[in-house]
Design a protein around this ligand. Structure first.
Ligand SMILES: [Zn+2]
Ligand SMILES: [Zn+2]
Length: 137
């Protein structure tokens, strides 16, 4: 299949593939291929080895790091750092929880983490902060 053909017939190709994936013969052949390997001594040993390997741990860590570096995470962390810095510098005063008055409070960005709202915060204790996130204040 050429790229051009694929581009022009994207829908049909996808449709055909979908139909093929729904056929019994496809399911059986796929199952056979996987089962044969998965249930073999070799397959089991290899999997076990892989899950215990540093390589697997590294892959997990990489996924974690990647997740942490998502745009949303970056924006959120930037906002949190900005608040922490402002508190340290004395330009923002840390207040007790808005709901219960607990002095162990955290800055909650109730309007979101974008630059315009970076210091648009309310102070909430852990419990009320969790609640605020659940109801998406
Ligand atoms: Zn509270
Ligand atoms: Zn929050």
């Amino acid at each position: 299949m050429t790229k051009e053909y694929y581009q022009a017939h994207k829908k049909e190709v996808a449709e055909q593939q979908k139909l093929y994936h729904q056929t019994e013969s496809y399911k059986i052949s796929r199952k056979k291929t996987y089962a044969k390997y998965d249930n073999s001594e070799k397959g089991l040993a290899k999997r076990k080895r892989y899950f215990n390997s540093d390589k697997f741990k590294a892959v997990c860590k990489k996924h974690d790091d990647k997740r942490r570096q998502t745009e949303a995470w970056k924006i959120k962390s930037r906002a949190q750092h900005a608040v922490a810095y402002a508190v340290k510098m004395g330009s923002i005063t840390k207040c007790p929880c808005l709901v219960c008055g607990d002095t162990k409070s955290f800055a909650h960005h109730h309007k979101g983490y974008d630059t315009a709202n970076i210091f648009n915060i309310v102070w909430l204790c852990r419990k009320h902060h969790n609640e605020a996130h659940k109801v998406k204040l």
